[in-house]
Write a protein that binds this ligand. Structure first.
Ligand SMILES: [Zn+2]
Length: 78
């Protein structure tokens, strides 16, 4: 009655240790872009007329559109 010894383990303990999940830190912090006119959240226009633009924003509230956007400052102080 030694059937358990016949089972071949596919992964040894050393390999199992190396297979630990990698922690990924997100360096990119997505801050909200605010409209310089009405301070509402801007939407990023990823493509305008077929070509990609890096940082072109438009506001759905006041109709502002342009490259200038205000970044929402992180509130650290209480
Ligand atoms: Zn606006």
């Amino acid at each position: 009655m030694s059937a358990t010894e016949d089972i071949a383990s596919p992964v040894s303990e050393e390999e199992a240790v190396e297979f630990k999940p990698k922690l990924r830190r997100r360096s990119l912090t997505r801050r909200k872009k605010l409209c310089p006119n009405c301070l509402s959240e801007l939407h990023i226009a990823t493509s305008v007329s077929g070509w990609l633009v890096p940082n072109y924003y438009f506001c759905s509230k006041c109709g502002y559109s342009g490259y200038v956007a205000l970044e929402e400052m992180p509130k650290e102080k209480k």
